[in-house]
Design a protein around this ligand. Structure first.
Ligand SMILES: [Zn+2]
Length: 180
């Protein structure tokens, strides 16, 4: 809940868009759909199994739960996932070219190359599968024509990666059209 509020306060998402999850026994806790982050409580989080099926919790899980489930199934090292629509990174996700040149923080945080997934409808299994492919063994990917997904051991770590992706995309836009 703290990471989700930080994400919203920092302008990485608008309103209740975006989502945050953390792995728990047998699945993960995820932010509920259509709840403003400032009103969100830990009790309102939704539990979803690794198969993507909502099991319990008072909140209705985010529509991007299939994305989170697919990443947790593919990556045993991932403890938390953040999904944002931060402006520069989202804009770059519409381009058919890799995000770069890499800034210092990409290496510092061990994020790896940031690839862009094939576009697919929000909330779909196709989006989830495409995101897993783009993520590979790295810590972040752009979702084609959509936004950002980042991972880490904790929600705060995944949020840090999401911040770096936005910084990287902002720098990339500023450099666009200049020789690097
Ligand atoms: Zn989204």
């Amino acid at each position: 809940v703290t990471a989700a509020r930080d994400m919203a306060r920092e302008g990485l998402v608008t309103g209740s868009v975006g989502n945050v999850s953390a792995r728990t026994a047998g699945g993960f806790l995820i932010t509920p759909t259509r709840v403003e982050y400032e009103r969100m409580t830990a009790d309102g989080l939704a539990f979803v199994g690794l198969d993507g099926a909502a099991a319990s919790g008072s909140g209705e899980p985010s529509r991007e739960s299939p994305l989170h489930a697919a990443i947790y199934r593919a990556r045993a090292d991932v403890g938390a996932i953040v999904h944002t629509h931060s402006v520069h990174a989202t804009a770059w996700s519409f381009l058919p070219e890799p995000l770069g040149p890499p800034i210092e923080e990409i290496e510092y945080y061990g994020i790896g190359p940031i690839r862009t997934s094939e576009p697919a409808p929000a909330g779909s299994l196709a989006l989830a599968g495409n995101a897993v492919l783009a993520l590979g063994g790295g810590l972040a990917a752009l979702l084609g024509r959509h936004g950002v997904v980042s991972v880490g051991a904790t929600p705060q770590e995944a949020l840090t990666v999401a911040r770096v992706v936005e910084l990287q995309a902002h720098v990339a836009w500023l450099l666009r059209g200049h020789a690097t």
